[in-house]
Design a protein around this ligand. Structure first.
Ligand code: 5RP
Length: 265
C-alpha cells in the first residue's frame, strides 16, 4: 500500500507527463523544423512525448537546448541537437517548450529553480511561440504564493553581497545565495559560471489589482507588480538575468512572440 507521500509523488508525475504529452500534441506541428527544449523534470516528459512521435515526424526537426541537462535529453532520445548560438539572427525557433516553478493568472512565470534561467530566457525569446508545461502545483493567482523559495536571479559572484543588499532595500524577505547540491560545498554555480540568488518577495501584484493603483513607495515594503519588480531587478549592477518571465520581457521585445502559451493539467 503506497503511503500518502508516495501517492502524491505519483499524482504529480502523472500530471507532469499528461501535461507534457498534451502540450506536444497541441503545439508541435509536423511542419516545424526548429524546436527549443527547456530544463527540469517536466521537460523529461516533453522529450519523451516528442520521441514517441517517431522519426517519420522528428527527422526533419532540430532541437535547441537550454543547458547541459536538456542537451543530454535530446541526445539520449536520438533527436538532432543544435546550439542556439548557431541560430542565424534572422531566424526563429518555431516553438520552445519549457517548465516553470510558478504561473500566475496573467501567465507570468517564475523560472530558474534548476538554475538555467538565462539560457531559458534566450531560447524562449528566440521562439515564435513559448509553451510552458506546468502541473497543478505550479498554478497560483499571484507569483510568490506557490513557489516560496524566491525569485531566482543569476548574478556575478563578486557582486553577490551588493546584490543581496539591493534586494533587501527593495523589500525582499531574506534573499540568499543558493547553496550547491547536497554534499557539495559552496554556492550553486550555473552553466555560465555565475551564482543564483533566491529572492523571496510578498506575492506580486497584477496591473488590475486595487493595490497596484497606489504608487510603489506608498505601498507596504516589497509590494510590487510583476513589471515594476522585473524592471528594478534587471537594473541592479551584477545581475545577469532574472527568473521572471513576463508579458513585456524579451519574449515579446526580441522575438515578436506573444505572451507565454501555457498547457496545464
Ligand atoms: C529550470 C526551470 C524549470 O523549468 C523549473 O524549475 C521547473 O522544473 P520542474 O519541471 O522540475 O518542476 O526553470 O531553471
Amino acid at each position: 500500500m503506497a503511503t500518502a507521500a508516495e501517492q502524491q509523488t505519483q499524482l504529480v508525475e502523472t500530471s507532469k507527463r499528461l501535461a507534457a504529452f498534451q502540450a506536444v500534441k497541441d503545439y508541435l506541428k509536423p511542419e516545424y523544423t526548429r524546436i527549443g527544449i527547456g530544463s527540469g523534470s517536466t521537460v523529461v516528459y516533453v522529450v519523451e512525448a516528442i520521441a514517441a512521435l517517431g522519426p517519420a515526424v522528428t527527422s526533419t526537426m532540430t532541437f535547441y537546448p537550454t543547458g547541459a541537462q536538456s542537451e543530454e535529453l535530446i541526445e539520449a532520445a536520438g533527436l538532432r541537437l543544435q546550439y542556439i548560438s548557431k541560430l542565424p539572427a534572422d531566424q526563429q525557433l518555431d516553438v520552445a517548450f519549457d517548465g516553470a516553478d510558478e504561473v500566475d493568472d496573467d501567465l507570468n512565470l517564475i523560472k530558474g529553480g534548476g538554475a538555467c534561467l538565462w539560457q531559458e530566457k534566450i531560447v524562449a525569446a528566440s521562439a515564435r511561440q513559448f509553451v510552458c508545461v506546468a502541473d497543478f502545483r505550479k498554478l497560483s493567482s499571484r507569483l510568490g504564493t506557490a513557489w516560496k523559495k524566491g525569485i531566482p536571479i543569476e548574478v556575478l559572484p563578486m557582486a553577490a553581497p551588493r546584490v543581496l543588499g539591493e534586494l533587501r532595500r527593495l523589500g525582499s524577505l531574506d534573499p540568499r545565495v543558493r547553496p550547491g547540491l547536497p554534499g557539495k560545498a559552496g554556492a550553486c554555480v550555473t552553466d555560465n559560471g555565475l551564482w543564483i540568488v533566491d529572492a523571496p518577495f510578498p506575492p506580486l501584484l497584477l496591473p488590475g489589482d486595487a493595490e497596484a493603483a497606489a504608487a510603489p513607495d506608498s505601498r507596504p515594503a516589497g509590494t510590487w507588480t510583476v513589471d515594476e519588480l522585473a524592471d528594478r531587478l534587471i537594473k541592479i549592477p551584477g545581475v545577469a538575468e532574472i527568473g521572471l518571465f513576463y508579458g513585456k520581457n524579451g519574449l515579446q521585445v526580441a522575438s515578436g512572440a506573444q505572451k507565454p502559451v501555457a498547457a496545464y493539467f
